[in-house]
Design a protein around this ligand. Structure first.
Ligand SMILES: [Zn+2]
Ligand SMILES: [Zn+2]
Length: 623
């Protein structure tokens, strides 16, 4: 399941999240519980498989109480209250019965039933969770002054379930499937309610698609950045600071290398780096609107009887720097970059490695400019995106979010800004799609997504062209050619987004085998015997002079083959082996990461090695 939280530290995110609760059914509400998750054609089959699974579970456990069973990305689940924890053998038995039901090709029959009758049916079957959903619906209807709703059920073979549908025609239309896992899930997501057992499964149109999905899933487990983070000694998490990474030396090398690369790009583009306080008084958040809309997501701190907050984003404070002196049209664009320390109060239950954290840093910037500079700035930003993602061999796709229904500012300004952005998106040559009304309430936005090596889509960062929030709410202006006061435009931009999240995504994309230029250990020199260690240190020095930063000499008393195996396990791009012969010729045997055992090793002179590898780093070559 893709985690679509943006890493960009922007006010847009906050209001979007807040407003989304008006449209989507409330978490745990009866409406949400009845949503079968069928939004794409294949989802009807996925949800139908959930019904067949519930049928099988009821056969094995006649007293099972049913929760909900929607379609989800790649499959489905169903929640059950059962007399005992399920075992792998249980899942096999459930699968067996499901196959029998598919072979029987039972039709799915929709039944409309008066409310009282439907409720009585669920009560008769002892399905107390379903009764609860129905009572909630009735109460909601009564509160709204309407009649009790008609209930719909879907029946196939021996099984009947409260359900809005849709379903496939019959169980025979269900494709190849597999049950995957059991996990605990609170009824209605509420920890005070019973803990149910959730069975996850996957189902596809063809066996080939199922096989591919199962392979991707296995591969994703191997690439899990939380696992690789430990294996490669990059970072760790501890219960004393949930949702906040402890960066180990190697992980911090990676972090700094990525940040340095972005700093280099920013220098070339004329950004200035700033730094503003992480702990800020409540009154700033009142002015920015966060206090009203976002307070629950902020960590509040009492300081001498006054309320401060750890900042969840850098935007408002950047405007203080802008306002600190009189700005003329000649000063613009003013590009202020900030690697600020941000905190957001995520529930502990949703924290996940580096991709869902409480503490993070983004490659954030606020660009203040004149309205007539929007086009050229967006064009330049498209270049930044293309360049930065090319360092990793990634081709980003973009999403253009336009004016939402509830938007600040006048419609002509919105239209003008959107038209400029659209033209620049077209000209960029990058693939993009339009998501109507998906902009922030104060700015149209461009979201950056990447597709990783396993075909998973991740959202990384956001660009917003804000003509209202920072400019108006913080009363920003500049003096134009005629000496008049004018409002500047503020572009909020991040390219990587959250560095934490970006590193998590990269780790999985490369399966820990980072390109040489950003690898936390770039080369390991392997002396065959103790007498070769001095020469190995000397070679390390030459490589550093050539432009490598992280070269290690394996001085352990392991045998050569062991040293190679260890370096392979650490996914080090180059292993350089030194014995008597090599040292005499001031050369080294070069072994590349992932080379086959019997692949002949190249013997290269030290000077040439240093030059070659140095160039590979400077040019950020990918292989
Ligand atoms: Zn259904
Ligand atoms: Zn911002």
């Amino acid at each position: 399941m893709a985690d679509n939280r943006t890493g960009a530290a922007d006010a847009a995110v906050m209001i979007d999240e807040d407003e989304s609760t008006f449209e989507a059914p409330q978490r745990g509400s009866a409406d949400e519980l009845l949503d079968v998750g069928a939004h794409a054609p294949i989802d009807a089959m996925r949800h139908s498989t959930a019904h067949v699974m519930a049928e099988a579970v009821l056969e094995l456990f006649p007293d099972a109480k049913l929760g909900i069973g929607p379609a989800i990305d790649n499959g489905f689940y169903y929640d059950f209250a059962l007399p005992r924890p399920l075992t792998p053998a249980d899942l096999d038995a459930v699968e067996e019965r499901m196959r029998a039901s598919v072979r029987s090709d039972h039709a799915f029959v929709r039944k409309e039933v008066p409310f009282a009758e439907g409720r009585a049916l669920e009560e008769r079957h002892g399905q107390s969770f379903k009764v609860e959903i129905l009572d909630d619906l009735a109460k909601k209807a009564a509160d709204a002054g309407g009649d009790v709703p008609t209930t719909t059920f879907y029946e196939h073979g021996p099984f009947i379930d409260l359900c809005k549908g849709p379903h496939v025609e019959s169980t025979g239309h269900i494709g190849p499937f597999k049950l995957l896992a059991v996990a605990g899930a609170y009824w209605r997501g509420d920890e005070k309610r019973p803990m149910l057992q959730r069975i996850y499964g996957t189902v596809w149109e063809t066996q080939e698609e199922l096989d591919q999905y199962l392979w991707r899933r296995e591969e994703a487990k191997k690439r899990d950045h939380r696992k690789l983070g430990v294996q490669l000694d990059l970072f760790s998490f501890h219960d004393v600071a949930p949702g906040s990474a402890f960066w180990h030396p190697k992980g911090w090398r990676l972090y700094q290398t990525l940040r340095d690369a972005m700093r280099g790009l920013q220098d070339r583009r004329g950004y200035e780096e700033v730094y503003t306080p992480p702990l800020v008084h409540q009154k700033l958040w009142e002015q920015s609107g966060h206090w009203a809309h976002y307070r629950d997501n902020m960590y509040l701190v009492d300081v001498e009887g006054q309320t401060f907050s750890l900042k969840p984003m850098n935007c408002p404070e950047s405007s203080f720097i802008y306002r600190s002196r009189l700005r003329s049209y000649r000063d613009l664009p003013l590009r202020l970059a900030e690697y600020g320390v941000l905190h957001r109060n995520e529930l502990s239950g949703v924290l996940s490695g580096l991709t869902r954290v409480r503490h993070f840093v983004t490659d954030d910037a606020h660009i203040f400019l004149r309205p007539e500079q929007i086009a050229s700035e967006i064009e330049a930003l498209m270049g930044e995106i293309r360049e930065a993602y090319s360092w990793f061999g990634l081709t980003p796709t973009l999403t253009f979010g336009t004016r939402p229904d509830k938007a600040l500012g006048d419609i002509d300004t919105w239209n003008e800004t959107e038209a400029i952005m659209r033209t620049e998106l077209e000209r960029s040559g990058l693939e993009y799609r339009v998501k109507a009304k998906d902009g922030a309430f104060y700015a149209p936005k461009i979201d950056i997504q990447i597709t990783d090596a396993l075909g998973r889509e991740w959202q990384t960062a956001t660009i917003q062209v804000d003509r209202v929030m920072l400019p108006e709410q913080f009363d920003l202006w500049y003096i134009d050619e005629e000496g008049r006061q004018q409002r500047p435009v503020a572009i909020h931009r991040a390219i990587y987004g959250s560095l934490e999240r970006f590193i998590g995504v990269l780790t999985e994309h490369f399966a820990g085998a980072f390109p040489l230029w950003c690898a936390p250990v770039q080369a390991v020199i392997i002396p065959i015997a103790d007498r070769h260690v001095d020469a190995a240190r000397e070679l390390a020095g030459e490589l550093r002079t050539g432009g490598l930063r992280f070269v290690e000499v394996d001085e352990s008393d392991n045998r050569m083959q062991n040293k190679i195996r260890l370096a392979q396990g650490q996914k080090v791009p180059y292993m350089l082996i030194l014995g008597d012969r090599e040292i005499e010729a001031r050369s080294a045997a070069v072994r590349r990461r992932g080379a086959a055992k019997d692949e002949p090793q190249e013997i290269l002179p030290w000077a040439e090695l240093a030059e070659r590898l140095g160039a590979e780093v400077r040019e950020r070559r990918l292989a």
